[in-house]
Design a protein around this ligand. Sequence first.
Ligand code: ATP
Ligand code: MG
Length: 431
Amino acid sequence: MAKVVLENIYKSFQKGAGTRQESGHAYQTNAHPTAVLRNINLTVGDGEFMVLVGPSGCGKSTLLRLLAGLEELTGGNIYVGDRLVNELPPKERDIAMVFQNYALYPHMSVYDNLAFGLRRTGGKNQEPQVRNQKTAAQASGNLPLWAENLLIETTRQLPKGLRYQSEREKGIDQRVRAIAQILQIEGLLNRLPKQLSGGQKQRVALGRAMARNPQVFLMDEPLSNLDAKLRAETRSQIVKLQRQLGTTTVYVTHDQTEAMTMGDRIAVMNAGQIQQLATPLEIYNHPANLFVAEFIGSPPMNFLPVQFKAPLLITYDQFRLTLPAVWESVLQSYDGRKLTLGIRPEHLSVGVPAPKNLHVKVELVEALGSETYLSVRLVGSPMTRPVMLQARIEPDRPVSIGEEMWLAIAQDKIHLFDPDSGLAIAAGSSF
Ligand SMILES: Nc1ncnc2c1ncn2[C@@H]1O[C@H](COP(=O)(O)OP(=O)(O)OP(=O)(O)O)[C@@H](O)[C@H]1O
Ligand SMILES: [Mg+2]
């Protein structure tokens, strides 16, 4: 297993190159490089499960492709274990990748797709405990790998007793079946990829990468084709398998639940840069800036532009709230300035009419059974630019559209941001 270090990674693509037609003439236009990754520094610990999240186009797949060796670096260094791999071709990096658009070998059965990587490496990447104990040649009675593979292929269709099976092939068989069991594709082993549904193909692609037991797994939205139930199941299977194997993993997703539940740590990316790198709960409870605060959490955090008056008063129109004392020292320099107040939907609750509560009018009610989400407009916010908020309330509280109510803020859950820099202001000691 191995630690992965990304050091000052830059990547730009040439964009805009080509010819332009104008008045019957063809003009050569200049290509100009566009930076899609800027100054990425990231260390993924040995055996760690790292999740990359960020909006479409922020550079997640590009970063994985650089790691796998499928794209060339513009700048920076990539280390896998102690090896600098910048110049190494993909197959020498000992990395397995599951793509957004998986590709299986169409002429091979599911079984052979799973076994393919293991056969190609001569069985070197079998179960961790048998790794390095036998070379391929020792394990197979000194037959060269090509001859052995030929024997396996040609005898595969014969009755069981007549099939060629070396020690190495027995090891591969064990591993293929174990992975197939975990991913619930045992019943599909004899089928061809064209006989599988999209979700089944995706699990086979996942299994093929896992069967190889590489030093590093890279996974790019590997569950995107699965329905909700299978997605949840496969999510926990991947995590379980990753923990068992202890393989360093970098996993790309759009899905909030995947990011929060799978990762040891999450790197939140935007526009080619890492915005925050921390454990899921740290990111949820202490987002470093407005981007992370809005991106992580569903429905997202609410924001309200407020005026601050030292020592602890924030106001917006008729709303007046005295902040908890822990904010006093960090807010000294903001006296008389504007702040952005952030509060998550679950930290609002129906309260009594009072200046410290938010006076709102309900515009939309989404009753999910287990909880109810309200979209509300802040009374007093300008009609041209209404401040909209979302609140999660108890499911048994009846609410109707158009109703006015007062929402109380859980004061120990308040976030404050500098509206100019967008950076979070960290509260004092007890937070
Ligand atoms: N080969 C290429 N040539 C030019 N631009 C590219 C190339 N590959 C990617 N890009 C650009 O790089 C940026 C990052 O793309 P990337 O595929 O890494 O995004 P992503 O975060 O994986 O997005 P998604 O969530 O939609 O998969 C995009 O603006 C994309 O248009
Ligand atoms: Mg992508």
